[in-house]
Design a protein around this ligand. Structure first.
Ligand code: X2X
Length: 340
């Protein structure tokens, strides 16, 4: 069809105007995480997507791939891929990064933390910054810290009240440090992908596992295949939003600031709902038929004592300076809380 000269000019003007209004082509990035699409990890990732879209005026967003789909279910491989720029964003937890960055195990040292105040003092303080520097050396820019949570133990054999009760239990674990912790307790640990764990519990390949209540046990319905839960709070696991350094360096300061603030708001939200769901979680799990054991402080001390060899081994691997920085920050936070 031939346009009349005037119409042709008008079309040209409209085309130029449209280009001027959209200087950058809208871009969809890939975000990988390793739990299913009902967890607070997913909700945090969705919130990040919403905020990114909103703050960029629709120019940036993410497509979310749960269950480590992009790495064939390999939850440890995600961080490595982001590190070499083969994947844009990741939401994953500290323990999954330890094969690439052993220092990340510091967060999850057995009984390092006594509660959320300790956790927040480290993630929002010097220790968090230090970990961000270490991660950047591996090509991963940590944008914000969120929460997987305090990991609680479940099994199908009997209630766990003392370290002795762990003896001989076949335990699925996520990462190398937890192998050493379980060995210290006399259990039989086996490293397994999270995506394979539900059916392994269902079929009795393993007797138990350990994961946080709000972020994982409830949304992933672990209560359907596990009878006993003990709130031993033995290890804390943060999650984070990370972006490949290559991608990060391709952005100007304004874009960097925008992406970081979207991640920070999203992880604040994710942490809040995770803590809420955890607080309500015990009652919910009882209703679902789980038998819950809440150990006393003295009983917790026995678990702390029994897991100390694993703490010492991993404190060495992580480096005493780093562990010291975390412990000093926790102690200073504790003093501030006492003075209140
Ligand atoms: O695999 C696990 O146990 C999980 C989901 O908590 C982690 O990704 C560490």
């Amino acid at each position: 069809m031939r346009l009349k000269p005037l119409a042709a000019v008008a079309a040209l003007v409209a085309a130029i105007a449209a280009t001027a209004l959209t200087p950058v082509e809208a871009k969809t990035f890939r975000l990988s995480h390793n739990t299913n699409d009902s967890t607070t990890w997913q909700k945090g990732a969705e919130k990040f997507n919403e905020l990114l879209k909103e703050k960029s005026g629709g120019e940036m967003d993410v497509r979310i791939f749960p269950m480590a789909q992009l790495t064939g279910g390999d939850q440890m491989k995600q961080a490595e891929m982001v590190g070499r720029g083969a994947l844009d964003f990741v939401v994953t937890s500290a323990i999954n990064v330890t094969p690439l960055v052993p220092e990340m195990a510091v967060f999850s040292l057995p009984y390092l933390y006594s509660g959320y105040d300790d956790v927040d003092a480290t993630t929002s303080g010097e220790p968090g910054k230090k970990m961000e520097e270490i991660m950047a050396e591996h090509g991963i820019v940590v944008l914000a810290w969120g929460e997987n949570g305090f990991r609680e133990v479940t099994n199908n054999v009997h209630p766990v009240k003392t370290p002795d009760d762990m003896k001989g239990l076949k335990m699925r674990v996520a990462g190398p440090m937890y192998i050493d912790v379980m060995n210290a307790l006399g259990a039989n640990p086996q490293q397994m992908q999270w995506t394979e764990t539900f059916s392994a519990l269902q079929q009795g390949v393993v007797d138990g596992q350990e994961n946080p209540i709000g972020a994982v046990i409830i949304p992933q319905r672990v209560y359907e295949v596990q009878k006993y839960l003990t709130t031993w709070h033995y290890s804390y696991d943060p999650i984070f939003v990370g972006v490949s350094e290559k991608l990060w360096n391709s952005w100007d300061d304004k874009t960097k600031e925008m992406v970081r603030s979207a991640a920070e708001e999203a992880m604040d939200y994710q942490k809040t709902i995770t803590r809420e769901d955890t607080a309500k979680g015990i009652d919910f799990l009882k209703e679902k038929g789980m038998e819950i054991y809440q150990p006393s402080d003295a009983e917790i001390d026995a678990f702390r004592e029994a897991t100390k060899p694993a703490f010492d081994t991993w404190a060495k691997k992580v480096g005493p300076d780093l562990v010291g920085l975390f412990q000093e920050t926790i102690d200073a936070g504790g003093k501030k809380a006492e003075a209140k």
